[in-house]
Design a protein around this ligand. Structure first.
Ligand SMILES: *Cc1c(COP(=O)(O)O)cnc(C)c1O
Length: 384
């Protein structure tokens, strides 16, 4: 590279150089908003470090350990042939298919780049600087980031000792600036669902102009008959929206496709905040093909639910007291030992998601992985 090729700004002329660089942790990067300074960066679950002789498992992101469902990759590969063209921006066939399956109007279905994509669109569609978003904490770590991006304020209501939402306190936390409430059920990372009746009571206390999002990313794994049924709540309440994804039970996390269901005035607004053509044809086709494989999907989910039961039982046997999980992960309140334990698990090829000082979230995986996790945790077990 010659000097002429170097397009980086140069400061050989002292008059051009910034006289005094502001402290890097205080100055906004050129052109960027001050609000971004305080937003935490998303920490993705790490892949395991592979070591000779040790089978490594990634139990850090609640992904599906199984590959995409039968026939899905063939449809995805075929769709890639048309990669020179933009995708169908409205995801017409997928929206229609989901609407038929769920028994809702097509116009109410919003397809996005994962349900996080739909949630980001939703926050952008509802919140301005100074508005408030109420949600439980600890919950999905993307929430504070998305709220912060808009300049809105997070009102975090602590989960109880058993990792459950306190919906009474959440209703009480609403103020005149509240635009949005997020209800994560099952709650990531703690695991419990909210009860249907509890949400009905909550909705009675929430003003009609507040949009309530029921985040059901793990809905396929729920076995508790008292759990909130997001779609029923959406049907009976114009201010309720449901979020679902192909990333977890369907095993398509890498293709980025999820959806929301919201009543037409809300869904129309939310569609406007999308990045155009975000959901690729490959993702749309893979999602459609996955919906054709419902029996195979249910069989896999059931396998993971059975494994969840065995994993939780084995952990209880060691003296752990994980909160009641209805998802494909389990939460261990490891407190001050969190990072030490996560490091040891990592050394044994098991990558989990530690939250420093609080606890560890472990995804339910195949039997060998779960057995390795139980064996590795024995040394740290609180005892019975
Ligand atoms: C994984 C997850 C999502 C969505 O993930 P996408 O891959 O963006 O669909 C949404 N909410 C919660 C609580 C999750 O754990």
């Amino acid at each position: 590279m010659t000097d002429a090729d170097d397009i980086r700004p140069r400061h050989d002329d002292p008059a051009q150089a910034p006289a005094q660089a502001p402290a890097p942790d205080l100055a906004p990067a050129p052109g960027t908003r001050a609000a971004l300074k305080t937003i935490p960066a998303y920490k993705p679950g790490l892949p395991p470090t592979s070591r000779p002789g040790v089978t490594a498992y990634k139990m850090s992101s609640n992904e599906n350990p199984f590959p995409p469902l039968p026939g899905v990759l063939e449809r995805a590969h075929a769709a890639a042939d048309g990669a020179n063209r933009y995708p169908d921006m409205f995801c017409t066939r997928l929206a229609q298919r989901l609407a038929d399956d769920l028994g809702v109007p097509t116009d109410d279905v919003i397809i996005g780049t994962g349900s996080s994509g739909v949630l980001m669109q939703t926050v952008l569609a509802t919140c301005e600087e100074g508005d408030e978003v109420v949600y439980a904490w600890r919950s999905f770590e993307a929430y504070p980031i998305m709220v912060g991006i808009t300049g809105a304020r997070s009102v975090q209501v602590p989960v109880d000792q058993r990792g459950r939402h306190d919906l009474t306190a959440m209703a009480e936390a609403m103020g005149p600036r509240t635009r949005l409430a997020l209800v994560c059920t099952p709650n990531n990372p703690t695991g419990p669902v909210v009860a249907h009746q509890e949400v009905l009571d909550f909705l009675r206390a929430v003003p009609d102009h507040v949009l309530v999002v029921i985040d059901e990313a793990y809905v396929e794994f729920i076995r508790d008959p008292a759990a909130a049924r997001g779609l029923d709540l959406y049907r009976s309440h114009p201010n309720v929206m449901v979020l679902r994804t192909f990333s977890k039970a369907y095993g398509l996390a890498g293709l980025r496709v999820g959806y929301g269901v919201a009543h037409a005035p809300v869904s129309t607004a939310i569609r406007k905040t999308a990045v155009p053509f975000g959901v690729s044809t490959v993702a749309q086709e893979a999602a459609l093909a996955s919906l054709d494989e419902r029996p195979a999907l249910l069989a896999r989910v059931e396998e993971l639910v059975v494994e969840r039961g065995r994993l939780v039982a084995a952990l209880r046997e060691q003296g752990w007291r994980p909160p009641e999980t209805q998802a494909n992960f389990v939460w261990l309140a490891t407190g001050a030992r969190t990072e030490e334990i996560a490091a040891e698990l990592s050394a044994q090829g098991l990558s989990v998601r530690p939250f420093a000082g609080e606890g560890i979230r472990c995804s339910v995986d195949v039997p060998d992985a779960n057995a390795a996790l139980v064996a590795a945790l024995r040394a740290f077990a609180p005892g019975r």
